[in-house]
Design a protein around this ligand. Structure first.
Ligand SMILES: N[C@@H](CCC(=O)N[C@@H](CS)C(=O)NCC(=O)O)C(=O)O
Length: 212
């Protein structure tokens, strides 16, 4: 199995966590999104969306981090990351898609570059955009977990897809020096997760293509 990704891509980071939790030793294939390698034909032939990550499981190629984690969860059911119980499952999806569909796309590299290169925003304005959407998304995530979460992880006493989405998003926010003090529930879960080897070794700084 091979995972195409980039060290500080949070969508790749989600899948690395899931692979680690399941004890799957996937080969790492670095795709440098800063230099535009994800738009090269060599990669768009693998993932037509021209985004990382993509999984290659013995010739079965799949993009979209949440689809990849769902696939892994079906194929390697232990530990289970997407619960069966209908209401818990729905909560996990609600939280995960808040991060992955509502928050993350607004702050993606191509969006930030478009703001600067095409619309002429300066660095401070771009950072303001970033911080605005982080604060909007994380405050909703914090409220959701205060209302419906509980336990050491987002939902209970074992990690789920929700934790795979949360931790990379917080890493992005920290990298962009966003204030995380308004989100004590999220940062408590983050501290717990980062003590877990599967989460720690999935972090950007531990990837073979890491560069400062
Ligand atoms: N919905 C996709 C999002 C993937 C995505 O946005 N990946 C980012 C890195 S985290 C990317 O490839 N960005 C390149 C760009 O914006 O040009 C998923 O979950 O896999």
């Amino acid at each position: 199995m091979k995972l195409y990704g980039f060290f500080n891509s949070s969508a790749s980071y989600r899948v690395r966590i899931a692979l680690n939790l399941k004890g799957i030793d996937a080969e790492h294939a670095g795709v440098n999104i800063r230099s535009g390698a994800h738009r090269d034909e060599a990669y768009t032939g693998i993932n037509p969306a021209a985004l990382v990550p993509a999984l290659d499981d013995d010739g079965f190629r799949l993009g979209q981090s949440l689809a990849i984690i769902d696939y892994l969860d079906r194929k390697y059911p232990q530990p289970q990351l997407i619960p069966d119980e209908p209401q818990l499952r729905a909560r996990v999806w609600e939280f995960s898609t808040l991060i992955a569909c509502d928050l993350h796309p607004l702050n993606n590299l191509r969006v930030l570059r478009y703001l600067q290169q095409d619309l002429g925003l300066d660095e401070a304005q771009k950072n303001q955009w970033y911080a605005h959407w982080i604060s909007d998304g994380l405050s909703k995530a914090e409220t959701l977990l205060r209302q419906h979460g509980g336990g050491a992880w987002c939902f209970g006493d074992a990690p789920t897809l929700a934790d795979c989405c949360l931790i990379p998003q917080l890493a992005n926010a920290r990298r962009m020096q966003c204030d995380l003090s308004p989100y004590p529930t999220l940062t408590r879960i983050e501290a717990h997760a980062l003590a877990h080897p599967a989460f720690r070794s999935a972090a950007p700084e531990h990837q073979p293509d890491f560069s400062a």
